[in-house]
Write a new protein. Structure first.
Lengths: 114, 245
């Protein structure tokens, strides 16, 4: 059971650094939602910065891979994203098709090298 | 699956409306994408040494994929709690306009704010998109119950996926564990690319990908935040330039 829960300190950090800073925006939306213009310039900036932060996280997983992913060579990680992206585009933006093809490229590549 | 007509007796009870919301998770391909994403999040939490309860609590109470992977990757790469909280909160600002735009579809003259707290918590990109698709087919007085059913259904799918991803990362061969971890960048890259509304969104995505490895060489501890604000502000410049051109 203790392995399941881990340490309470980490759960406290989850609350302080994860749950509160995330949910606060939903609750602000609930409280002050009436008077904000959805197309305002500030919200455009927020939207593109949030997109770029997420892109940074994606890049971090590819460039500094965690755990088992570190065992896959760099070029294979990039190739699987690149080919997945091409499939995503030609399948008229199907997220699912892109993910499946990216995964297949990585698995076949590992098996080939392996 | 199609919903009953607006005047059907099926809509007379809130419990039924909740059940229709729950069933509607089978009517969208986004459920599969969410499942794949949360397999990756479970595996990522395992490989960065968080407990399973931590991963599950994150899925239920943060309930935002980007915020969860930002939290996991910043904390595990040695960022401070404050830096992690800032990165999470910046990623979460996008939830504000989503909540603001979707709640008017559910409000009635007698609706109180506390009736909408759970719905507000459940709103993330998937529920936001699906609300616009489903709600016109749900009578207004049953929409809160319907969205609660849909949202809670999606949370349950993702709790299951988190558990499976976590367990698989611990027990699978290196190759398959790597394949599950690879779900996260693939699913997020493509679902973000899909949501791009204008040129500036695409520019933000591409610049964010390219700038991060460069900023990471500085090893500031806040690499994601710095590259995100830089790339995002440049993309905003593109938006302004296009607006004036």
């Amino acid at each position: 059971m203790s392995a399941f829960i881990g340490d309470w300190h980490a759960l406290l950090i989850l609350l302080v650094a994860g749950v509160i800073p995330n949910d606060i925006w939903r609750m602000l939306g609930l409280w002050f939602g009436g008077g904000i213009d959805e197309g305002s310039e500030l919200l455009v900036w927020v939207r593109v910065v949030a997109t770029a932060i997420l892109a940074g996280v994606i890049a971090e997983i590819l460039v500094r891979p965690p755990g088992a992913l570190a065992g896959v060579s760099g070029w294979l990680r990039y190739a699987s994203v690149a080919i997945g992206f091409v499939v995503f585009l030609i399948s008229r933006r199907s997220t699912f098709a892109g993910v499946i093809c990216g995964e297949i490229v990585m698995l076949v590549g590992q098996w080939w090298l392996g | 699956m199609s919903l009953p007509p607006l005047d059907s007796p099926q809509w007379h009870s809130s419990v039924r409306a909740f059940a229709w919301g729950l069933r509607s998770i089978t009517a969208t391909v986004l459920t599969l994408v969410l499942f794949a994403t949360y397999l990756g999040i479970g595996a990522l939490a395992h490989d960065t040494h968080f407990s399973m309860a931590w991963a599950l609590a994150g899925t239920a109470f943060v309930w935002a994929g980007p915020a969860q992977i930002i939290l996991i990757s910043t904390l595990s790469s040695g960022a401070s709690i404050v830096q992690a909280a800032i990165a999470v909160t910046v990623s979460a600002i996008r939830l504000f306009p989503m909540v603001v735009s979707v709640l008017p579809m559910m409000r009635m003259p007698k609706t109180r704010r506390r009736h909408l707290i759970l719905v507000a918590h459940l709103i993330a990109v998937t529920l936001w998109v699906e609300s616009f698709r489903f709600l016109p087919h749900v009578p207004r007085e049953r929409r809160i119950a319907f969205v609660q059913g849909l949202g809670i259904g999606l949370v349950c799918v993702c709790l299951t996926a988190t558990t499976i991803g976590y367990v698989l990362a611990a027990s699978l061969s290196q190759t398959f564990a790597a394949a599950i971890l690879m779900m996260t960048p693939l699913a997020f890259l493509f679902s973000t690319a899909r949501n791009c509304r204008e040129l500036a969104d695409g520019v933000a995505l591409v610049l964010g990908l390219l700038l991060f490895p460069i900023v990471a060489m500085l090893n500031t501890g806040a690499d994601i935040l710095i590259s995100g604000v830089l790339a995002g502000s440049m993309a905003y410049g593109v938006h302004r330039w296009r607006a004036h051109a």
